[in-house]
Design a protein around this ligand. Structure first.
Ligand SMILES: [Zn+2]
Length: 265
């Protein structure tokens, strides 16, 4: 009983001292910046002292950005990819939406939405999609003008991302609807009804797949990527409208290490 009580007291004391230390840190930080900002996750960016090379140092929570082994994006070398004998089909069910939140996050435009995806026998819910320019993934060393990442989650919490690449050409009808509602300043949101995301998918859903990570901090691994082989088009004016907000928001390519990229055909 006594040793246990001592342990408990020690633990309480330790907890209290950690708490006090944290409170002190917050107070000291508060002298320089607002307490709210010191608690919030550190902002990251794409250049300078918050650029991709620094992400892993911005917060202990972002450590995977510098010490991960299965990071994304990657360069997909088609000749080195392994064709899967019985590839799982991507079965999407994205309807027109009401009440989507279009967010200018400070690093991209993100749409919080809903929809369904089935890969093999696993069901996923669409959580959000967001854009990068130029495309984050490269195919045979070539980046596209822009890409969208469609982020899905299954019941166990695993993430599956479908990547669609945009090449410059005819206007994209889905993008023209979405761009009408672009929040132009950082932190601004708009609530939108949008056409079905099926309109942004190419006619064929052949893909390259690999295990990767979130391409933004905290760079968590265990994310399944399905990068569609067939690009869709976006007009130069549509691309310029996005680049006016975010001229460059793509993380540099990451080492493939031991991974082998799979190909659905
Ligand atoms: Zn992304």
């Amino acid at each position: 009983m006594i040793p246990q009580a001592q342990t408990q007291t020690q633990t309480q004391t330790q907890t209290r001292s950690i708490w006090l230390r944290q409170a002190l840190n917050i107070c000291m930080a508060g002298l320089i910046i607002s307490p709210l900002a010191s608690i919030a996750k550190p902002q990251y960016g794409y250049s300078g002292n918050v650029g991709p090379e620094q992400w892993g140092k911005l917060s202990p929570e972002y450590a995977k950005c510098s010490d991960g082994s299965e990071q994304a994006p990657v360069n997909i070398v088609s000749a080195a990819s392994k064709v899967i004998a019985n590839p799982l089909r991507l079965v999407t069910a994205y309807g027109p939406t009401k009440g989507d939140t279009v967010v200018n996050t400070g690093t991209t435009i993100q749409v919080n939405t809903e929809g369904k995806l089935q890969i093999g026998s696993t069901q996923y819910k669409l959580l959000q999609y967001h854009f990068h320019t130029p495309s984050e993934e490269a195919i045979n060393g070539v980046h596209y003008a822009m890409n969208v990442h469609l982020v899905h989650q299954d019941a166990a919490g695993k993430l599956a991302v479908i990547g669609v690449n945009f090449t410059e050409g005819s206007p994209n009808s889905f993008i023209s609807e979405l761009w009408k509602q672009l929040p132009s300043s950082k932190g601004q949101n708009t609530i939108s009804s949008l056409p079905s995301l099926e309109k942004v998918l190419p006619s064929k859903l052949d893909y390259y797949s690999f295990k990767g990570s979130l391409t933004t901090p905290p760079c968590s691994e265990g994310v399944s990527f399905y990068i569609l082989k067939q690009p869709v088009t976006i007009s130069p004016a549509q691309l310029a409208a996005f680049r006016k907000l975010y001229p460059m928001n793509a993380r540099p390519l990451q080492p493939l290490n031991e991974r082998v990229i799979q190909s659905s055909n």
